[in-house]
Design a protein around this ligand. Sequence first.
Ligand code: PRP
Length: 177
Amino acid sequence: MDKPRLNRLMTSEEIASIVEKLADQISRDYTGKELVLVCILKGAFMFLSDLIRRLRIPVKVDFVRLASYGAGMKSSGLVEITKDIETPVEGKDVLIVEDIVDSGRTLQFLKERLALSNPHSIKICALLDKKARREVEIEADYLGKEIEDVFIVGYGIDFNEGYRHLPEIYYVTPDAQ
Ligand code: PRP
């Protein structure tokens, strides 16, 4: 794809309304609890920044960076941690914030990794889910929207590290289409 074409999939308004709904549910469910949001870099940074501003409860926030072994090798199931959280989560309620669930391997790995620190609970909040691509059994506890198996960019999500800054979400097709 030398010159990809961007086709709008979700507008800023739709994203904002989804984020608002998720923030409402999370605020209700975690009232009175010690919530730590764990954002998966880089794709989820924009979703996290919108979500956290809509929450009506106090939270702590931390970041984790994960990498698959080699490009295009996600199906190998080998995920490694390249930046860990710094916040102690033992006894705390942890909510993983992710932009998109694809094979599910990133979230499966992170959930198992975080469980080693004995948090009180671990749940997942994902903006998008490509359920058709799932390879392992994992589901988001809070989900924004299920989408088709299309290549998407924008709102934090990249193509060759580009397009993350776009405020809306697009699916990419070759220019010829
Ligand atoms: C993407 C996305 C998720 C992950 C989902 O991240 O942001 O973290 O892949 O895929 P999976 O369900 O198959 O594991 P990517 O590895 O592209 O890194 P990035 O967030 O830094 O762009």
